[in-house]
Design a protein around this ligand. Structure first.
Ligand code: NDP
Ligand code: 8X3
Length: 262
């Protein structure tokens, strides 16, 4: 396989912050950036996992790594996360907002209101909070790249997904708004919208490994790495290129609800 390093030197030695780096897409994104020599700040609630991951990232080629506990729902946690990052590196080139979740798959009438709050607090308010806290630095340094993880659910609602979908419609609206508001600042804004990715997402959503496995039964889902490579592609374009959006779906998934199963 040809070295991606040679193919796209743009992200080498960039300072890259990944939220939700303890699992799935965020973890895979951190790995790809590490392979390209980036300096990484990795955040999530499970710091023990991040510590282990950090050792691997170093071996993969990360220039420097800062591990920080982060709960995007808690303002003081976000504030501390951002301050620690800026204190150590005094700059941020790329922010990957991958922290997120779905909770439950019940119809709206019987859904658990606590689940709604978890999803909105994490996927929408958490993403907003982290982004807002890093933006003054990006504006001042006259460069930066915000990469949000949306979803096919941000375009196509499905039964049992009302609030998760609403949160991802929200991520799309926020991304577009930022793209408009940041015009002329040199800051790039991208949304990556995946279909089904086999991560811990379904386990978190359904709370049961058997049910989570059934989501991907008979079909070939994406893996975190597939999405991470899209993230890296966007981040490694030359500065005059803004990849606005990448839709990435499993070949077996033609829409939010049409999935081919063998
Ligand atoms: P995972 O469950 O594997 O990873 C989710 C990550 O988010 C974990 O690192 C978790 O870390 C972190 N996280 C969750 N809540 C918080 C919080 N309050 N504060 C900080 N970090 C948090 O799922 P994915 O990697 O699949 O999900 C990543 C993103 O991709 C999400 O936004 C999801 O909506 C989106 N997505 C996923 C798809 C899929 O099919 N898997 C498809 C389309 C989009 P920790 O628990 O340690 O805090
Ligand atoms: C996750 C993909 O189809 O479960 O965003 O909504 S789906």
């Amino acid at each position: 396989m040809t070295s991606q390093k040679a193919m796209s030197p743009e992200s080498d030695s960039k300072v890259v912050c990944v939220t939700g780096a303890s699992s799935g897409i965020g973890l895979a994104a951190a790995e790809v950036f590490a392979e390209h020599g980036a300096t990484l700040i990795i955040g999530a609630r499970r710091v023990d996992r991040l510590e282990t991951i950090s050792k691997r990232l170093k071996k993969l080629g990360a220039k420097d790594i800062l591990v920080l506990g982060l709960d995007v729902r808690i303002p003081s946690s976000v504030e501390q996360f951002v301050q620690s990052t800026l204190k150590r590196f005094n700059a941020l080139d790329v922010l990957v907002n991958s922290a997120g979740l779905a909770a439950g798959r019940d119809p709206l009438v019987s859904a658990n209101i606590d689940d709604w709050e978890r999803m909105i607090d994490t996927n929408v308010k958490g993403l907003l909070r982290v982004t807002k806290s890093f933006l003054p630095t990006m504006i001042e340094q006259k460069r930066g790249h915000i990469i949000n993880i949306g979803s096919i659910a941000g375009y196509e609602p499905y039964e049992g997904g009302s609030v998760y979908s609403a949160s991802k419609f929200g991520v799309r609206a926020i991304t577009k708004t930022l793209r408009l508001e940041l015009s002329g600042t040199n800051i790039r804004v991208t949304i990556i919208d995946p279909g089904m990715v086999n991560t811990e997402f379904s386990l978190v959503r359904l709370g049961d490994q058997e049910k989570a496995d059934a989501v991907y039964k008979g079909m070939m889902p994406l893996i975190g790495r597939d999405v991470a490579e899209c993230i890296y592609f966007a981040a490694s374009r030359p500065p005059h290129v803004n990849v606005d959006q990448i839709f990435v779906m499993p070949t077996d998934q033609a829409s939010a609800t049409k999935v081919f199963r063998r």
